[in-house]
Design a binder for this molecule. Structure first.
Ligand code: ATR
Length: 279
């Protein structure tokens, strides 16, 4: 046990946070770099009514880093000292760094979307279909349009697609128009359709997927969603939701520790955990 009086504390907060995989990923990274006496990472369930008390406690105790999941990504913004420009533009914070009591909010979720796609192809000028207009879709819309993609947002509730599209200079369509996706370069699923236990559902008919496309699913439980499985059958290149989870975590790791994240160790910890614990 290397934890000592100088060990810095990082944590995920959510309601709930107890299913979070972030503690596993971050602690595996500390071990890989031999800094598990410098940092330790846990998860805490924090109710919305207790968020302000949590932030005061984080300041008082000098908690070094906080990852925010649902439902705190918006509410925490008004409780911080500073919000980074990207997080402001996205309108949500998923990462808080505490520098000597001064709390600054960041958003690394968008990196989780653009990073894995840019490993396969540049986004500039690409036609991208974004499925969904909720929280995950906001970060995706920011990242994709910032990288110069031509974005069309498809959502069950058209008014939500319209307001997100207006904000980020994209087009908005209803799910009835999904056949158009067939001619697009990249499809990003940011809906919750296909998430376990409803893993027989898919947000996109297989016949609209081609072997010229990249298909990205933000869902990582199950690792292989029906969308990903059918995209592979159609010959498309696929990006798994685990890559999004990993990549936003790599960026958080650097913000919390100031060190480059050990990507392979973190990916291995994630895939092992999902293989063992998640259907
Ligand atoms: P998250 O923070 O994970 O993005 P969210 O903000 O609740 O979660 O967004 C969920 C997204 O999945 C929304 O775009 C939602 O569509 P609506 O805006 O119409 O609610 C979409 N979604 C959820 N269930 C769906 C379903 N059965 N069919 C189509 N879209 C669905």
């Amino acid at each position: 046990m290397k934890i000592n009086a100088k060990t810095k504390l990082c944590m995920t907060i959510g309601d709930p946070a107890s299913h979070s995989l972030s503690p596993l990923i971050h602690n595996a990274a500390y071990a890989a770099l031999g800094i598990e006496g410098d940092f330790v990472y846990v998860a805490c369930d924090v109710r919305p009514k207790d968020l302000a008390a949590f932030v005061a406690g984080a300041r008082a105790m000098g908690i070094r880093g906080v990852s925010c999941t649902t439902p705190h990504k918006l509410a925490i913004m008004s409780l911080l000292d500073e919000i980074d420009e990207v997080a402001k533009a996205i309108g949500a914070v998923n990462t808080v760094v505490n520098d000597n009591g001064r709390l600054k909010g960041y958003n690394t979720d968008y990196l989780g979307v653009i990073g894995p796609i840019e490993k396969l192809t540049p986004l500039k000028g690409k036609q991208v279909a974004l499925l969904g207009a909720g929280g995950a879709a906001r970060a995706a819309a920011y990242g994709l349009t910032r990288r110069g993609a031509k974005l069309t947002i498809y959502n069950r509730t058209l008014s939500k697609a319209r307001s997100l599209a207006d904000e980020f200079g994209a087009e908005a369509r209803s799910l009835r128009d999904l056949a158009e996706v067939k001619t697009m370069d990249i499809v990003v699923n940011a809906t919750s359709v296909g998430l376990s236990p409803n893993d027989q559902a898919t947000p996109l008919n297989k016949s609209f997927i081609t072997d010229k496309q990249i298909v990205f699913d933000a869902i990582y439980s199950p690792i292989e969603t029906r969308l990903i499985r059918e995209a592979r059958q159609q010959g498309a290149q696929v990006v798994y939701g685990t890559e999004m989870l990993l990549r936003q975590g790599l960026a958080q790791f650097k913000l919390f520790t100031g060190r480059e994240a050990p990507e392979d160790a973190m990916r291995q910890a994630l895939l092992t955990a999902l293989g063992e614990d998640v259907q």
